[in-house]
Design a protein around this ligand. Structure first.
Ligand code: ADP
Length: 229
């Protein structure tokens, strides 16, 4: 589902590599944490997967396609199949939870009747059935991230990518959101999470890819946060 082969990423011609000789394979249906300190390259890696960036060297395949060489007209297909979840939610604050999910479906060409059926369903999946009509700015941080998850799964993506999804949340809410991501994964969606959150990584016992200064220094099934060299 995601395969990197000797991938390097450099932002500036004369700068250092943000990612250096990265190779890994992530299968359909996996749940993977990317961990590493700030600046290790986690966000860069996720941006490569969604083709916000292109590898400078090497190859990155997503859904079997070399995304570095993907023509522009194939990008909507790639992005429709990936649901994004952000640390700062990136929702439309003045609009309702319902509208935020509905907009995400509208831009991919869903019909009105699909939207009317699907939005209440996904809001229910994340426990927001009673807040569909509430504006995002009137919701708590945890509720906003639930809305973010609902939006991410609205188009039934094959993969969810979450960059520090719990970075702005308290520990209890963090656990709720991670449990939701796990249940989304159990329904068959591949989930990639970049995080600093040691407690969560240790508790969930999922595969962990360790980044350090742009290098992949470890890859453990049922890993814990701290990589032992
Ligand atoms: P992380 O997500 O693990 O904190 P990043 O992927 O954001 O790490 O950063 C990896 C490296 O790439 C860092 O050295 C960072 O300074 C550099 N970097 C990130 N974004 C840019 C950018 N837009 N331009 C230049 N360098 C960048």
């Amino acid at each position: 589902m995601v395969e990197a082969k000797n991938m390097c990423m450099r932002y500036n011609k004369c700068g250092d590599n943000a990612l250096e000789d990265i190779s890994f394979f992530i299968d359909r249906g996996e749940f993977v944490f990317f961990v590493g300190s700030s600046g290790a390259g986690k966000s860069t890696l996720l941006k490569l997967v969604i083709r916000e960036l292109r590898p400078t060297e090497g190859e990155l395949k997503v859904f079997g396609r070399d995304v570095g060489r993907l023509p522009r007209h194939r990008l909507p297909y790639l992005r429709r199949n990936i649901g994004m979840v952000f640390q700062d939610f990136r929702l439309i604050e003045e609009r309702t939870a319902y509208d935020n999910v509905a907009f995400a479906m509208m831009v991919t060409g869903a019909t009105r009747s699909e939207i009317r059926k699907r939005v209440p369903h996904v809001l229910g999946l994340v426990g927001l059935q009673d807040k569909a009509g509430a504006r995002i700015c009137d919701l708590s941080g945890g509720e906003q991230q639930r809305a973010g998850l609902a939006r991410a799964i609205a188009n039934r993506p094959a993969m969810i990518i979450a960059d520090e999804p719990t970075g702005n949340l308290d520990p209890g809410t963090t656990l709720d959101i991670m449990n939701l991501l796990r249940s989304i994964n159990l329904r068959g969606t591949t989930v990639l999470v970049a995080t600093h959150n040691r407690d969560i990584v240790d508790r969930f016992k999922k595969r962990v890819l360790y980044l350090e200064n742009g290098r992949l220094v470890g890859d453990e099934q049922k890993g814990i946060y701290t990589h032992v060299h």
